[in-house]
Design a protein around this ligand. Structure first.
Ligand SMILES: NC(=O)c1ccc[n+]([C@@H]2O[C@H](COP(=O)([O-])OP(=O)(O)OC[C@H]3O[C@@H](n4cnc5c(N)ncnc54)[C@H](OP(=O)(O)O)[C@@H]3O)[C@@H](O)[C@H]2O)c1
Length: 362
């Protein structure tokens, strides 16, 4: 069975390199086109600095980097790891030209017509793509994944949705790779905690969580009635964002009921056996000193969210520690899983029927 040609926008960045890495042996997708800024355009991909342990595939290394203007050469399905300074307009141009853009950038996440997806939490929100295409007149489309810390928070609250999460306090300890390359200066970061991350990081966690836990009515997404207060910190950890959470649950379950719901949580990607779906989207740790980024971040190729220290909170009722790989579950892996869901739902042109179902039957 032939694989679906895909392109990567921003292929030279931190997220872009993770895309190339995750798509290396992907059973459904084959990277046939890469694009980045004018600084990189025209160069051979393999000749640019590479910052991951495993090298890119020989096929990817031989690609010549295109500029963003080369829209007509791009394949139907595109992953975007573009810097937010350019992602907004560029992604619209590709969507208008008929490409389906599966993006990491923040620019379109809160657009009411753009799905902000975690396939385990709100796969039905993909339905708003119809209204997006109709109202914008695009033959392609834009689908986004959440901020790299918001995904950790929303995965936990989504798994506890039956208990009606209400008010949430979250303090994050966010990895250096979340700032892209070269990111925070080493002399600022080492041996330090920086209690601020620019780009509206706290607001993203607060508002994206409500959208993701919201309800799709058939034509629009109504945000959930949930209040989130976030305090973010940059810490000298290479990969893995930690979220220390305390929250109210309206139905007041026992701690045992909460831990059981987290431990047993599975959803549509697991049922469909999507290639990038982790067997367990949440890994519940019982050891008192877990999760830890260094020990846990690479488990399951970086796709599970880790949860530990589930216990009573004297203020909000419940508290715990959650951690996820910011560049995999919080970026490139999240987008690849989104694209797999799009294929499984027959929403990728050229893979609507026979091809996708053949893949799913394998
Ligand atoms: N890092 C994370 O953990 C993370 C998590 C979630 C979401 N995100 C989001 O994902 C996106 C990429 O983040 P990153 O960490 O990978 O950043 P990065 O390492 O700085 O990479 C940025 C990419 O955008 C390209 N780019 C920059 N300016 C451009 C221009 N004027 N025209 C065309 N391409 C341009 C760069 O190409 P050149 O190499 O040619 O300059 C590079 O490929 C951002 O929107 C970020 O907010 C990142």
């Amino acid at each position: 069975m032939s694989r679906i040609d895909v392109g990567v926008l921003g292929a030279t960045g931190t997220v872009g390199q993770h895309f190339i890495n995750l798509l290396k042996d992907h059973p459904w997708f084959r990277v046939s086109w890469v694009a980045a800024s004018e600084r990189s355009a025209g160069k051979r991909y393999g000749d640019l600095p590479w910052r991951l342990a495993a090298p890119p595939s020989a096929e990817a290394a031989d690609l010549v980097i295109a500029p963003l203007e080369a829209i007509d050469d791009a394949p139907q399905l595109l992953f975007s790891g573009l810097d937010s300074s350019v992602a907004g307009e560029a992604e619209v141009a590709f969507a208008r030209s008929g490409r389906l853009v599966v993006s990491n950038a923040r620019n379109h996440r809160m657009d009411p017509l753009v799905p902000l997806l975690i396939p385990e939490i709100n796969p039905d929100h993909i339905g708003v793509l119809d209204a997006q295409r109709r109202e914008r007149g695009w033959s392609g489309g834009i689908v986004t994944n959440p901020n790299c810390a918001a995904v950790v928070v929303a995965m936990v609250l989504g798994a506890l949705r039956q208990f009606r999460p209400a008010r949430v306090m979250v303090t994050t300890l966010q990895a250096l790779s979340g700032a892209g390359y070269p990111g925070v200066a080493s002399l600022d970061a080492l041996g330090n905690v920086i209690p601020f991350i620019g780009g509206g990081e706290e607001e993203k966690i607060e508002i994206e969580t409500a959208k993701m836990l919201g309800t799709f009515t058939g034509s629009a997404i109504v945000p959930a009635d949930i209040t989130v207060s976030a305090a973010v910190n940059r810490v000298p950890v290479p990969d893995g964002h930690t979220a220390i959470m305390s929250f109210e649950l309206a139905t007041k379950p026992t701690i045992e009921e909460v831990t059981a719901a987290l431990a047993s949580f599975t959803s549509e990607p697991q049922q469909l056996k999507l290639p990038t779906a982790p067997a367990n989207p949440i890994i519940l740790h019982t050891a008192q000193d877990r999760p830890q980024p260094r020990l846990d971040v690479a488990t399951g190729r970086g796709m599970p969210v880790h949860v530990g220290r589930v216990r009573p909170c004297p203020i909000h009722g419940y508290k715990l520690v959650a951690m996820g790989h910011n560049v995999v579950r919080g970026a490139a892996g999240a987008a690849v899983l989104n694209a797999e869901l799009l294929v499984a739902r027959g929403l990728v042109r050229g893979a609507e029927r026979a091809e996708s179902f053949a893949i799913l039957r394998q």
